[in-house]
Design a protein around this ligand. Structure first.
Ligand SMILES: [Ca+2]
Length: 499
C-alpha cells in the first residue's frame, strides 16, 4: 500500500489530473447519457403509439351552439357524457369552425384547408353539383394510409352524387343522409320539411336505400351503426366519423327522450345526443378499447337563431349560423385523452387559446401517434403541444381567417379580431324570431370595419381601433394573404347528372 504522502507528494498533481480527466470523462458520459435519455424520451413522447396507433372517433353535431353543453353553461338540459369527455381531456373555448355553414365547415374539417381552397364555400343544396373535389385529401384518406379502418355514419353534405360520396373519399363504410335532414330533390315545401317528408335520402355505402327515414330514430340509428362498427373493428386501428343530423331543424327525438328536459324539444334532442356519446363510451369500455381511443366532439357551426326555441344557444356571444360574428363560428371542441396518453398530456383543462376546425386533423394525428404527410398544403396545424407536459417548442401564434363564401369577413390573432366592412344578410330579426319549428326572419345589417377584443368583449360591441392602432396594423397586414386564399379559382366540379 502506498504511503499517503507519496500519493499526495510526488504524484499528487498527476492524481488530481487523472481525477480531473476521469471527472471530465464521467461528466461527459453523464451528459451524453442524459442527452440520449432526453432524445429517447422525446422520441418516445412523440411516437408513443407509432407501433400501436390509437383509434380516433370524431363526433360532429349539426348547428349545436357554443352554449349548448353543460360545460359551456347550458341551461334546461344536461350533457354529463360530453362533459365527461372534457373532464378526462380538454375543452377548447376559443375553437372556430372553419365556416358558419354546413358544407364549407365540413370541407375545412376533413381537409384542414380553408374552404375557398377546396371550392366548397357555402351550403351545397340538393340541386347543385358542387362537391368536395376528389383531389382533396380527406382525413379518412390520411388515416387509411396508416392502415386504419374508416367509417362515416351520418350526414355527408359534401356532394350529391355517388361519384363524390364518402366511399370515393377514403371511407370504407357509410350509412347516412346525403345532406341536411330538411333536404330532398326538387324544392320540398317548408311544410314537408318540417314533417320530415322532404325526400331525405338515406344511403347505404353508395346506394340510396331509403327515402324519408323515420327521423325520430336518426340519432339512435347513427349510434347503433357506430357501435356495430367499433365491435367489428376491435382489432383496430379505426377512424370513426360521426356527423349526427341533430340538432339541425326540423328537430326529431325518439320516444325515450321526448319530454325529458325542461328546455323542450331542443333540450330533449341534445339529451339524446349526449346519451349517444355515453353509449359509445360504454361500448368502448365493454370492448376494452376506451383507453386506446381518442374521442373528439364538436359542431359544424353556431346555432340557427331564427328558429328561436328550436335553435341552440350562442352562450352570450354575438350572432349565430350564417354569420361571421363569434356565435356563428365559435363552437365547443372537447377531446378525451385515453389513459395511455396520461404521462404525456395534462388533463381537465379549459384551453382558451385560438384554434380552429383546420387544426383538428393534424392534432388528432399527432395524439394518435401518426405522422402527418405534408404533400398537400394545409392551413391547420398540430396544437397538441399545448397540452403536453414536455413541449418540444412553443406554439407559433397564427391568425385565423373568417370567410363567408369568398368574402374575407374578419381576421383574428390572439384575442383581437379585425372585422372587415361587409353586409350581413343573415342577422336574425328580433321582432320575428321563429317558434315551435317555424322559421323566423332575417334582416340585412351593414357591419363597418372594426377591431374587437373578443376576450373582454365576446359580444363584439366596442370598436377598439382608436386605442389599439398596433393591433389594427398587425391584423390588417394579413388581409392580402386572406384575400389571396378567398380568390382561389373554383375547381372544375365533376359533371354529374343534374335532376
Ligand atoms: Ca350545420
Amino acid at each position: 500500500m502506498m504511503p499517503t504522502e507519496f500519493q499526495g507528494g510526488m504524484s499528487g498533481w498527476r492524481m488530481r489530473r487523472r481525477q480531473g480527466v476521469r471527472y471530465r470523462l464521467m461528466s461527459y458520459a453523464r451528459r451524453v447519457l442524459k442527452c440520449s435519455v432526453a432524445v429517447i424520451f422525446a422520441f418516445a413522447v412523440s411516437n408513443a403509439h407509432a407501433e400501436d396507433p390509437l383509434n380516433v372517433i370524431l363526433i360532429l353535431a349539426d348547428d349545436l351552439g357554443y352554449g349548448d353543453l353543460g360545460v359551456t353553461g347550458a341551461r334546461g338540459f344536461k350533457t354529463p357524457n360530453i362533459d365527461r369527455l372534457g373532464r378526462e381531456g380538454v375543452v377548447c373555448t376559443s375553437f372556430m369552425a372553419a365556416s358558419p355553414v354546413c358544407s364549407a365547415s365540413r370541407a375545412g374539417l376533413l381537409t384542414s384547408r380553408y374552404p375557398p381552397r377546396t371550392g366548397v364555400v357555402g351550403v351545397i343544396s340538393r340541386n347543385q353539383r358542387d362537391h368536395l373535389p376528389l383531389e382533396e385529401v380527406t382525413l379518412a384518406e390520411r388515416f387509411r394510409e396508416h392502415g386504419y379502418a374508416t367509417g362515416i355514419f351520418g350526414k355527408w353534405h359534401l356532394g350529391n352524387h355517388a361519384a363524390v360520396w364518402p366511399l370515393e373519399q377514403g371511407f370504407d363504410e357509410w350509412q347516412g343522409t346525403v345532406g341536411s335532414n330538411d333536404m330532398g330533390p326538387g324544392r320540398p315545401s317548408l311544410q314537408l320539411r318540417r314533417a320530415g317528408k322532404a325526400g331525405v335520402e338515406w344511403v347505404t355505402q353508395s346506394e340510396v336505400s331509403e327515402i324519408n327515414p323515420d327521423q325520430t330514430l336518426l340519432t339512435r340509428r347513427t349510434t347503433d351503426l357506430a357501435i356495430d362498427f367499433i365491435d367489428r373493428n376491435q382489432e383496430g386501428p379505426f377512424f370513426l366519423y360521426l356527423p349526427y343530423n341533430m340538432p339541425h331543424t326540423p328537430l326529431f327525438v325518439s320516444d325515450a327522450f321526448s319530454g325529458s328536459t325542461v328546455r323542450g324539444l331542443y333540450g330533449d334532442v341534445i339529451a339524446e345526443l349526449d346519451d349517444s356519446v355515453g353509449r359509445i363510451l360504454d361500448a368502448l369500455e365493454r370492448f376494452g378499447k376506451l383507453e386506446h381511443t381518442i374521442i373528439a366532439f364538436t359542431s359544424d357551426n353556431g346555432p340557427w337563431l331564427i328558429f328561436g326555441d328550436h335553435g341552440g344557444s350562442n352562450g352570450g356571444l354575438s350572432g349565430g349560423k350564417k354569420q361571421t360574428l363569434e356565435g356563428g363560428m365559435r363552437v365547443p371542441l372537447v377531446i378525451r385523452f385515453p389513459q395511455s396518453l396520461k404521462t404525456e398530456l395534462k388533463r381537465a383543462q379549459l384551453d382558451s387559446r385560438l384554434c380552429s376546425g383546420l387544426d383538428v386533423g393534424p392534432t388528432l394525428f399527432s395524439l394518435a401517434g401518426l405522422s402527418w404527410n405534408d404533400r398537400v398544403k394545409v392551413d391547420g396545424s398540430d396544437i397538441s403541444a399545448r397540452w403536453r407536459r414536455i413541449s418540444p417548442q412553443e406554439e407559433r401564434q397564427r391568425p385565423f381567417f373568417y370567410f363567408f363564401e369568398r368574402q374575407v369577413r374578419a381576421i383574428q390573432y390572439g384575442l383581437w379580431k379585425l372585422q372587415v366592412a361587409h353586409t350581413d344578410r343573415h342577422t336574425p330579426d328580433v321582432a320575428k324570431i321563429g317558434h315551435g319549428g317555424v322559421r323566423g326572419s332575417v334582416i340585412s345589417v351593414s357591419r363597418p370595419q372594426a377591431l374587437y377584443h373578443v376576450g373582454l368583449d365576446p359580444g363584439e360591441q366596442v370598436d377598439r381601433s382608436g386605442d389599439a392602432p398596433t393591433e389594427s396594423e398587425r391584423l390588417s397586414a394579413y388581409l392580402d394573404v386572406a384575400r389571396a386564399i378567398a380568390a382561389t379559382p373554383k375547381p372544375a366540379f365533376l359533371k354529374v347528372p343534374e335532376e
